[in-house]
Design a protein around this ligand. Structure first.
Ligand code: G3H
Ligand code: 13P
Ligand code: NA
Ligand code: ZN
Length: 328
């Protein structure tokens, strides 16, 4: 059944688990998540970015979610807009049946310039009012996602920020978080503590200097009932890097967010954990393997089926690791 983010995360908080939010762009990714959730009896958050909406078409995305709800009526499914950039992208997502939207006011609408605090409060509050009138939930973001290791400005993954971002902006200020939630009434709060989007987060296994999990603990102390969201939470598993490179890929050595750090976050109020890159890697590795081992193959099902299975495996691991399994 369709469920809002608020309903889903209230249950997660009550029972002390976290919920991965997986990005989708196509049918195979939707089927992989549905199958994993069904097998493990887990609620799921499926999210689409603005890029996904352009890629797949809003109507196609909406109907895929309708289909999952119909195929798996017993699974709670939240359909969420990832990184909405203004009032309009959030409003149209709700019109297409999304039960939750993210208004990312940490950045200006161009998606690459850090916004000031008053801009963020204003636009997030307007979206929260609108979404709540329509029965949808809202995620806001305070603090700019970016690498503490690389100083925030230049990211290696193409998600570079325009202009200078101070070290301060890369870590959410716990006191400001209290004010932000009070003013905007968001249902969930995304915070910044050193992660970035994409595969190239850290050049070594992260420690407290570059992955500031203590920020989460400070915010949770002040806001014990607020649902926290970790973006950039792919773990970038070494075995997936190896599969991709073994079959002709060229990924440079890199580190993501260790699962045990996410588990620590879940003990301190983290309820939604955004994962896209790990699934992209699982899919790409599986497709490369078929292409390398069987270059005469040209039936897309022959490589999309293993790709779907590889994503289902990754999704299942996270549903187990975050304690989501068994909570549908
Ligand atoms: O925000 C990052 C997510 O991984 C979505 O990425 O904008 O390329 O669809 P995307
Ligand atoms: P990853 O790139 O680490 O998968 O993060 C995804 C994300 O935060 C989507 O909003
Ligand atoms: Na989001
Ligand atoms: Zn994100």
């Amino acid at each position: 059944a369709r469920i809002t983010l608020r309903q889903l995360l209230d249950h997660a908080a009550e029972h002390g688990y976290g919920v991965p939010a997986f990005n989708i762009n196509n049918m195979e990714q939707a089927l992989a998540i549905g199958a994993a959730a069904d097998k493990l009896d887990a609620p799921v958050i499926i999210q689409a970015s603005r890029g996904a909406r352009q890629y797949a078409n809003d109507i196609m995305l909406a109907k895929m979610i309708d289909a999952l709800v119909e195929i798996y009526p017993h699974i709670p499914i939240c359909m969420h807009l990832d990184h909405g950039n203004n009032e309009a992208t959030c409003a149209t997502a709700i019109q297409y049946g999304f039960t939750s939207v993210m208004m990312d006011g940490s950045l200006k609408a161009d998606g690459k310039t850090a916004a000031d605090y008053d801009y963020n409060v204003g636009i997030t509050k307007r979206v929260a009012d609108m979404a709540h009138w329509a029965g949808a939930s809202v995620e806001g973001e305070l603090g700019v996602l970016g690498s503490l290791e690389h100083g925030g400005g230049e990211q290696e993954d193409g998600h570079g920020l325009e202009g200078t971002v101070s070290h301060d902006q890369l870590l959410t200020d716990p006191d400001q978080a209290v004010d932000f939630v009070a003013k905007t009434k968001v249902d969930a709060l995304a915070i910044a503590m050193g992660t970035s989007h994409g595969a190239y987060k850290f050049s070594r296994k992260p420690d407290g200097d570059i992955l500031a999990m203590n920020v989460i603990e400070e915010i949770h102390k002040r806001l014990p009932t607020v649902h926290l969201v970790m973006h950039g939470s792919s773990s970038v598993p070494e075995d997936l890097q190896e599969i991709i490179n073994k079959y002709g890929g060229q990924m440079k050595p890199t580190w993501g967010v260790p699962v045990e750090e996410i588990q620590r976050g879940i003990k301190h109020g983290v309820r939604k954990v955004n994962i896209d890159t790990d699934n992209r890697m699982a899919i790409t590795g599986a497709i490369r393997k078929v292409f390398a081992e069987n270059p005469s193959e040209f039936d897309p099902r022959k490589y999309l089926k293993p790709a779907t299975e590889a994503m289902q495996k990754l999704v299942s691991q996270r549903l187990e690791q975050f304690g989501t399994a068994g909570n549908a």
